[in-house]
Design a protein around this ligand. Sequence first.
Ligand code: NAD
Length: 281
Amino acid sequence: MIIDGKKTAAELREGLKKKVAELKSTYNAVPGLTVILVGDDPASKIYVKNKEKFAKEVGMNSEVIRYPADIEEKKLLNKINELNKNDKTSGILVQLPLPKHIDKRKVIETIDHTKDVDGFHPMNVGNLSSGYSSSIPCTPLGCSLLLKKVEKNLSGKHAIVIGRSNLNGKPMTQLLLKENCTVTITHSKTKDLKAECLRADIIIAAVGIPKLVKGDWVKKGAIVIDVGINKTDSGIVGDVDFDQVSKVAKAITPVPGGVGPMTIACLLRNTVECFKKAHYK
Ligand code: NAD
């Protein structure tokens, strides 16, 4: 089975479109997503453009605030504080990476955690690890929804997460624990990654190394979710060797067309959730 992230993301957006229309008729207001883009990193520009496009498609308000790469940190923090107080902004996202002179941690912690649609604020990170309601980082949330497409009940499965970033590996681990999986988290210092992978029913690869996970690393019938997006001479490839692994796995996400499209759809979902929480108070 090839897990179709494009189709799943389109279904998710369709559901959100209906939800936004309902919220509009109930509250006479729609969720609003504000994205701040600092500098002109080409990849970030594409991501932000897509976020704006899909937010509008589901009927949300969408605003992109662009600043030059040399913006003063204080000016950026002041803008975030202003957005925190603005009722029209349900969700705030500051596109990463940021220029070196800006303290990423300060930026993340300045965003009101109830508007933190990326799920990076320590309050949301803590809530997620405590099993409480929180904004969940968009890419791991997307991975979880794709896993659920293959198997509704993941309880007791042995999952391996390759990579321990705050963006992907760590929150993914929490989500798998919530599903009652037994989780092994691996990273660059893991001694025998192949042996760890071979024990797993579920493999989540979030590393950034093209085609790292080979066919003979995967147990027959495993589910493989590939988060990697790596530019190579032969185009964009994932962290999993798709041609080899697709012969062994029960289900696998392709790159592109797997996890990638889910990330933005989950961002929109998080924005709707932030709006709902703000209005149900
Ligand atoms: P990162 O660089 O922050 O983290 C990579 C992790 O991989 C680290 O924890 C490191 O310890 C681990 N690692 C490195 N070499 C390893 C090895 N040989 N064996 C095991 N672990 C190893 O990366 P990230 O931000 O988590 O992103 C990972 C990949 O996911 C990248 O390719 C990135 O482009 C992609 N990504 C995709 C999406 C999406 O929407 N699909 C979103 C974010 C990131």
